[in-house]
Design a protein around this ligand. Structure first.
Ligand SMILES: NC(=O)c1ccc[n+]([C@@H]2O[C@H](COP(=O)([O-])OP(=O)(O)OC[C@H]3O[C@@H](n4cnc5c(N)ncnc54)[C@H](O)[C@@H]3O)[C@@H](O)[C@H]2O)c1
Length: 320
């Protein structure tokens, strides 16, 4: 789809959705952004994510909950859906708050898919899935064929919505493609995520919490690489397929501490905490399928990406 398309970006005020919306606009596409400003983290951060977008020609913003909108009318206006709206967060997905995950991750996705099945102009429906669907997968790196055994209610909600995408593809021909993002970082990262917290705590010279032995590994992926994978889906994502989108390497948080020290100039003081329920020990993506089908190649070195995030954090919190 090299010609400009009209795209819906759900979760457009969020970390990844706002960055994707900017890139789509820069690439000449028209974007309808939807976001409910859920209270998972402060509205002012999301307003900053949107700041450059709100006045941009070709960008329209709708502040609404997907569960309350006339989705048939909305999806009927677009050729592409990038569905990123969700309740994120693994540790907060236990207990009563699971109802939020049911509503925002599963119910909202089902509503969009129902609308998509009757939308004749729809060419792509790209769903933001997650490495958390693998859970305790025995395979490292995990390929798209590896078993999915989520360890958290959040992971269950993301996998359920991913499977709904597949069902609507199989039964109604909705052109769904799921991208499983692996721990995303960079400018705009959510305040509940580890790097954001680390940088902020270091700037305030406070101890940095390390869960368990700190030897858990994560495949960290720079946000612009995630955005590039989404854009590649416009042209090359195969409907009905799932793709891992990772950074191509995995690191332990403990081993990254010297890099944090070098970037911030502050020596981390560690605060050991118990391992959290739902946290998986390791994530690592086999990205060969995304490379072959989407031409996906992660391009940002971890150091460069972290420097970009640190600069953004300093600006966000007006740190000197
Ligand atoms: N950040 C990561 O490392 C990561 C990893 C894997 C998958 N993902 C997925 O990527 C997507 C974006 O994640 P993010 O980190 O940018 O999160 P985010 O919280 O910054 O963005 C999500 C946005 O969705 C909005 N939202 C939630 N429920 C909504 C609803 N019912 N209607 C309208 N808007 C709603 C929120 O207000 C928020 O602004 C999510 O689907 C998430 O599950 C993220």
């Amino acid at each position: 789809m090299s010609r400009p398309a009209v795209c819906l970006v759900s979760g457009a005020a969020g970390f990844i959705g706002s960055r994707l919306a900017v890139k789509l606009c820069e690439s000449g596409h028209a974007v309808i952004g939807v976001d409910s400003f859920s209270d998972f983290y402060p509205r002012w951060i999301k307003e900053r994510n949107l700041a450059g977008l709100r006045t941009r020609p070709g960008f329209e913003f709708i502040e609404a909950d997907l569960n309350d909108l006339d989705l048939t009318a909305l999806v009927g206006r677009v050729e592409v859906v990038f569905h990123l709206a969700a309740q994120a967060g693994v540790r907060t997905s236990w207990g009563r708050s699971f109802s939020v995950y049911l509503r925002d991750n599963i119910q909202a996705t089902q509503g969009l898919l129902e609308a998509a099945k009757g939308a004749p102009g729809l060419r792509r429906f790209v769903y933001a899935s997650s490495s958390s669907v693998y859970g305790m997968s025995p395979d490292l790196p995990a390929s798209e064929d590896s078993p999915c055994h989520p360890l958290s209610p959040y992971g269950v909600s993301k996998l359920s919505a991913e499977q709904l995408c597949f069902l609507y593809h199989m039964n109604y021909g909705v052109p769904t493609t799921a991208l499983r993002f692996f721990t995303v970082y960079g400018p705009g990262q959510r305040p509940d995520m580890a790097f954001h917290k680390f940088f902020r705590l270091l700037a305030e010279d406070k101890p940095v919490p390390i869960f368990g032995d700190g030897r858990q590994t994560r495949d960290f992926t720079f946000v612009d690489d995630i955005v590039a994978a989404n854009l590649a889906c416009l042209e090359r994502g195969r409907p009905g397929e799932v793709y891992n989108i990772g950074g191509g390497h995995r690191e332990t948080l403990r081993d990254l501490l010297p890099l944090f020290e070098e970037i911030t100039g502050v020596t981390p003081r560690l605060e050991p905490l118990e391992r959290q329920k739902g946290d998986v020990p390791h994530t690592f993506a086999d990205i060969r399928k995304a490379r072959a089908d989407l031409g996906y190649v992660p391009r940002t070195a971890l150091r460069d990406g972290l420097v970009g995030e640190w600069e953004w954090i300093r600006d966000l919190y007006s740190l000197s």
